[in-house]
Design a protein around this ligand. Sequence first.
Ligand code: SF4
Length: 333
Amino acid sequence: MTDFHLLIADWYRLNFRELPWRNTKNPYFIWLSEIIMQQTRIEQGTAYYLKFIHAYPTVFDLAKATEEDVLNNWQGLGYYSRARNLHYSANYIVDELNGEFPSTYDEILKLKGVGSYTAAAIASFAFNERKAVVDGNVYRFLSRLFDISTPIDSTQGKKEFQLIADELIERAVPEIHNQAMMEIGSVICAPNPKCEECPVNIHCLARKNDTIDQRPVKTKKTKVRDRYFHYLIYSFDGKTIITKRTKKDIWQNMYQFPLIETSSNEIPAHIENRVQFSSEPQKHILSHQRIYARFHHIEGEPKTAEKDFISIQESDIQDYPLPRIIDRYLENL
Ligand code: SF4
């Protein structure tokens, strides 16, 4: 397949989507965009990317912001550990590297929250390093192109796909090649592929063997845990109570109404007679957890003041970083 890199590069030059982070070689901006875009739709991610480069135009600005401020700006995007890692790594770059963004794949990989995929993306886009990017879209594209049945989530599969991707980038311009692979994987070789528009369809083995629907192969099914959250919304003198999630768990360092976690959607018996109104369970799906949250409205103050309770004006609630499930509930109230 000697012409492969030329075919995809030509296709990319004619078809690429204009995205704000594609016009820059600034590794800090590219890093922000890559972290923000993980598990995020382009439209949603673009708004957050613009918000972040406006709020923190340099790595120094991000480093000197408080974690709370960063979480606040991240609110609604989910997977909050990404925001915490960004903030942590910005401080590492400023304190340990004199604010100089690392410029090689190996050095970029040392940043917290950066895996091989993101490091390859930054190294190739910002520094034109010859490192093949293999994200979920590229896995799908390659598995079909070469009709590979090795599971993409196995150790063997990861090695095999990386090897193929590294061979394909050998003679290409790294930045264009990686962008093209990701873009074709995303918009052409999508779960429902547009094979007629595919620039390499004549080379596609899965198409030839009629196995497109069976590629890629995966072994593991992610175990998903159900959790039942009961939030207590106290209301007294225009005030309410919030707490900070300090434990090592989802949404760490964000704020919430006092929470009781149980094993069902039933209103906890000991609060039942104080509750004026309870919402229906609100479902929120994370990668490994399904959260069912109910909001119980209570007129008056808590009977006992726990030491982590923070009394605030109800109208100030949006000043605090809140998990999306709470934010959404308040929006619809
Ligand atoms: S021909 Fe179809 S299945 Fe094959 S790589 Fe192209 S889009 Fe994917």
